[in-house]
Design a protein around this ligand. Structure first.
Ligand code: ADP
Ligand code: MG
Length: 255
C-alpha cells in the first residue's frame, strides 16, 4: 500500500505477564473499510485501542495521517499534545454509548467541537444537525438520551464522533449491546458512512454485514493477525484452520 492513512506496525502490548498483542501489523488506505473478527479475548479491542493510544504499546510503530509514534527502544512517550492531535484524527464508537445523560442530543454532539476544536456554537450546531439528518435523528435534537432507544443512542454516539471531523473511525462491536431488532438501523448508518468514503476499522460479530461492508477482513487469533485479505476471500475461502472452524461455528449459530 503506497500511502496508508493509518499504519500500525508490529504492535506489541502486554498486561502484566499476559502478552496480548504479539506483533500485529495493519495498514489502512484512505476510504478503506477493514473489519477485524476473531474469538473473544483474541486482542481485537486492545488492537483498536492501540490505534488511538488509549492503550500504549510496548513495541512497534503507529502512523496516522501525519502523526508518528514509535514505541520501545528509541521511542519517546508521547506528550499530551501529541496524543490530543492523534485522537482528533480518530473517532471511536464503543459497545456502550456513553452519552451525557443530562445533556440533550444536540448538546452531546456540539460539546467536543466547541470545547476542544474551538468551533463557534452556530457552526457546531449547523454541522450537528447535518449529522443528525445523516443518522436519521434530526427530530431528536432536543431530546435527552434517556428518551431514546439503544439503537438511537448509538446513532447519536456515531454523530457525536463524526462531529469532530475525524480522518478515521474505529468501531468496537457497536451493535453487541443492542436488542436484535435495533441492530439493523446502526449497521445501516455504518454502511452509509462506508458509501461516503469514510475510512473505518470495525470489530463486529455481524459476519454477513462484515462481508458486505468491508474491503478487507482480518482474523485475529491469540494476539496475532492470523489472516488478512479481501473480505469475500476471507469469508468464503478461509485458509487458517482455526478461522475455518470459527466461521463454521458462526454459520451454525453457536457463537
Ligand atoms: P477481544 O476484544 O478480542 O475480545 P481484548 O483485546 O479485549 O480481546 O482482550 C485480549 C486479552 O487482553 C484478554 O485476555 C483480556 O482479558 C486482556 N485484557 C484486555 N484489556 C486488559 C486490561 N486493561 N488489563 C488486563 N488485561 C486486559
Ligand atoms: Mg473486544
Amino acid at each position: 500500500m503506497t500511502n496508508p492513512i493509518l499504519r500500525a506496525d508490529a504492535i506489541h502490548k502486554s498486561f502484566g505477564a499476559h502478552h496480548v498483542l504479539k506483533g500485529v501489523t495493519l495498514s489502512v488506505a484512505t476510504g478503506e473499510v477493514v473489519t477485524l473478527i476473531g474469538s473473544s479475548g483474541s486482542g481485537k479491542s486492545t488492537f483498536l485501542r492501540c490505534m488511538n493510544l488509549l492503550e500504549m504499546p510496548e513495541q512497534g510503530e503507529l502512523r496516522v495521517s501525519g502523526h508518528q509514534f514509535q514505541f520501545g527502544k528509541g521511542g519517546k512517550s508521547p506528550r499530551d499534545k501529541q496524543l490530543a492531535a492523534l485522537r482528533a484524527e480518530i473517532g471511536m464508537v464503543f459497545q456502550h454509548f456513553n452519552l451525557f445523560p443530562q445533556k440533550t442530543v444536540l448538546q452531546n454532539i456540539i460539546e467536543g467541537p466547541i470545547q476542544v476544536q474551538g468551533e463557534s456554537p452556530a457552526q457546531a450546531k449547523a454541522y450537528a444537525m447535518e449529522l443528525l439528518n445523516k443518522v436519521g435523528l434530526a427530530e431528536k435534537a432536543e431530546q435527552f438520551p434517556s428518551r431514546l432507544s439503544g439503537g438511537q443512542k448509538q446513532r447519536v454516539a456515531i454523530a457525536r464522533s463524526l462531529a469532530m471531523r475525524p480522518a478515521v473511525m474505529l468501531f468496537d462491536e457497536p451493535t453487541s449491546a443492542l436488542d436484535p431488532e435495533l441492530v439493523g438501523e446502526v449497521l445501516a448508518v455504518i454502511k452509509s458512512l462506508a458509501a461516503d468514503g469514510m475510512t473505518m476499522v470495525l470489530v463486529t460479530h455481524e459476519m454477513a454485514f462484515a462481508e458486505q461492508v468491508s474491503d478487507r477482513i482480518g482474523y485475529m487469533r491469540d494476539g496475532v493477525m492470523a489472516e488478512l485479505g479481501p473480505a469475500r476471500e476471507v469469508m468464503n475461502q478461509p485458509k487458517d484452520p482455526k478461522l475455518v472452524s470459527f466461521l463454521e461455528r458462526f454459520h451454525q449459530g453457536k457463537v
